[in-house]
Ligand binder design. Structure first.
Ligand code: 6LW
Length: 500
């Protein structure tokens, strides 16, 4: 959907960027998301207008900060960070459910470097939040919802953890707490109902950071459960003030597509909604895919280049790899101007396959990659996890389309190619016309380009099998280059949105 001066695009951060946490430092806004089994971890974005966000780094980009062992399951790893600015520093707390538990990092520049981890072995529970009271005490509140006082510089805890509130009686998964001191009250914002179609945001208030808390009579203050709204699963919010003092919420949502039950393929994305206050309670305004812009001047969105030429010695921050990314297997230094991938696993089924990908961010998109397979076997893949992926793989003189769906793996097509480098292409086309209640969300076409640059489609596969409704978990599609044998070189990687 093209952005016009009358509208802004929502999601404000499309693609698998869930569990947004936002903070303000002067005129600047920073936002962090979950990253699960991928390395580097916890993408950090910057904005001046809350609408246009640019990724400026990943908080956990050194192996000393993030250990995701090979047995880290997909959708394991890093859950739900909280990002705060306090006392002239940035603070980030996150849970590594596959290793270190709750860990805290600090930085003077959110683009990095971030500190090594400060462990919090006595803080139990996911989705940790940080809030400071006027006396300088730091309160860490986790899913459940419970709270303990901590020293964020050492990870030490004080006293016992106290239960605060669990949202609506009997509601599933009270989680994602954030605590704020606004006006005369301490507000405890939580998600409840689970991160699927029943997701929602509720709030309670009290006079102290530890409560007692009185639930808002209008709870849930945000949910799309039971509606036919195009944005579903809305929940996991964080509040922030705009440049003019108005209030806003960032939160996660999904965009299901196709027939019933609706499949979402890009994971949970970051959305924005206006917030007003009535009787000292926040009221979330309309959530719309094309929303009215806020009243302050908007930044001109940075033009996103279609191509990464791999001309830099380091990979741009949007590139991620499952579990780890050792330099000897992933480098732009071996053949300058190329990304060289040295195989570890033999296929995308391997949890530690050599793979460098970026999130799919548009319902329809085209990826083109120039690959030189002379010294190995590899190609380009759409990955949901190691049990759900489609790929087009090159060896000298041949390409194959492969598909893995749960326990089934098949060679879908084979095609001879001229010796030398070859352009591989994957096109994702969202389903436009509704003809059948069982229709999938999109079609994933895989093929090569001939000498004239014409697309030779070798397979067109139903995209539902690379969706969260089929694969499960918390992540979304990642499209990337990989090596499955030897060393495979990639000269460039194009990703461009197509009209949805
Ligand atoms: C996260 C929880 C949630 O810890 O999903 O949607 C979990 N909310 O708060 C993983 O992202």
């Amino acid at each position: 959907m093209p952005e016009t001066s009358a509208t802004i695009n929502n999601p404000v951060i499309p693609g698998f960027y869930p569990d947004p946490s936002v903070c303000r430092a002067g005129e600047d806004y920073y936002l962090a998301c979950s990253s699960f089994e991928y390395f580097p971890g916890v993408p950090i974005f910057h904005s001046r207008d809350l609408v246009h966000w640019t990724q400026i780094g990943n908080a956990l980009d050194r192996p000393s900060q993030l250990r995701l062992p090979p047995d880290t399951t997909s959708s394991g790893g890093l859950y739900a960070p909280t990002l705060r600015y306090h006392d002239g520093r940035f603070w980030l707390i996150v849970t590594n459910v596959s290793g270190d538990g709750n860990v805290l990092f600090t930085a003077t520049d959110p683009a990095g470097p971030w500190s090594d981890p400060i462990r919090l072995p006595a803080v139990h529970g996911i989705d940790p939040d940080l809030a400071w009271d006027d006396e300088g005490n730091c309160w860490c509140t986790v899913a459940g919802v419970s709270q303990i006082r901590i020293d964020p510089r050492t990870g030490e805890t004080f006293g016992e953890s106290r239960h605060l509130w669990s949202g609506a009686p009997g509601a599933k998964a009270p989680e994602a707490p954030h605590l704020y001191h606004i006006g005369d009250y301490w507000y405890l914002l939580i998600a409840e109902g689970g991160t699927e179609r029943c997701h929602g945001v509720s709030i309670a208030r009290g006079r102290t950071p530890g409560g007692p808390f009185e639930p808002c009579p209008a709870n849930p203050i945000l949910t799309h459960r039971g509606t036919d709204h195009p944005i579903q699963n809305t929940g996991h919010g964080d509040l922030v003030q705009g440049p003019d003092g108005s209030w806003w919420m960032v939160f996660l949502g999904v965009r299901p597509h196709g027939g019933t039950p609706g499949w979402h393929v890009m994971g949970r994305e970051t959305f924005l909604a206006p917030v007003t206050w009535v009787d000292d309670w926040p009221v979330v305004g309309e959530v719309s895919p094309a929303m009215a812009p806020p009243p302050w001047p908007l930044e001109k969105p940075a033009a996103v280049p279609v191509r990464d030429d791999f001309d830099l010695s380091e990979l741009a921050p949007g590139w991620i790899s499952p579990r780890s990314r050792p330099a000897q297997n992933h480098t732009t230094k071996e053949r300058p101007g190329w990304l060289s991938l040295r195989a570890r696993g033999e296929s995308l089924d391997d949890p530690e396959v050599t793979f460098v990908g970026r999130r799919q961010q548009h319902l329809s998109c085209r990826t083109r990659v120039l690959v030189d397979p002379a010294e190995g076997r590899g190609g380009v893949a759409v990955r949901l996890d190691e049990e759900h992926h489609y790929e087009i793989e090159a060896t000298p003189g041949q390409v194959q389309v492969l598909a893995r769906i749960g326990p089934l793996r098949s060679v879908v097509a084979s095609h001879p190619t001229a010796p030398g480098a070859v352009v591989l292409r994957i096109e994702v086309a969202a389903t436009r016309q509704f003809t059948d209640a069982r229709q999938g969300p999109d079609t994933v076409s895989l093929g090569v380009e001939d000498a004239q640059g014409t697309f030779v489609e070798l397979a067109a596969l139903d995209g539902r099998y690379l969706s969260t409704e089929v694969a499960g978990g918390f992540t979304g599609r990642v499209i990337g280059a990989y090596a499955a044998a030897g060393t495979v070189h990639f000269d460039w990687f194009d990703y461009e949105p197509l009209d949805d």
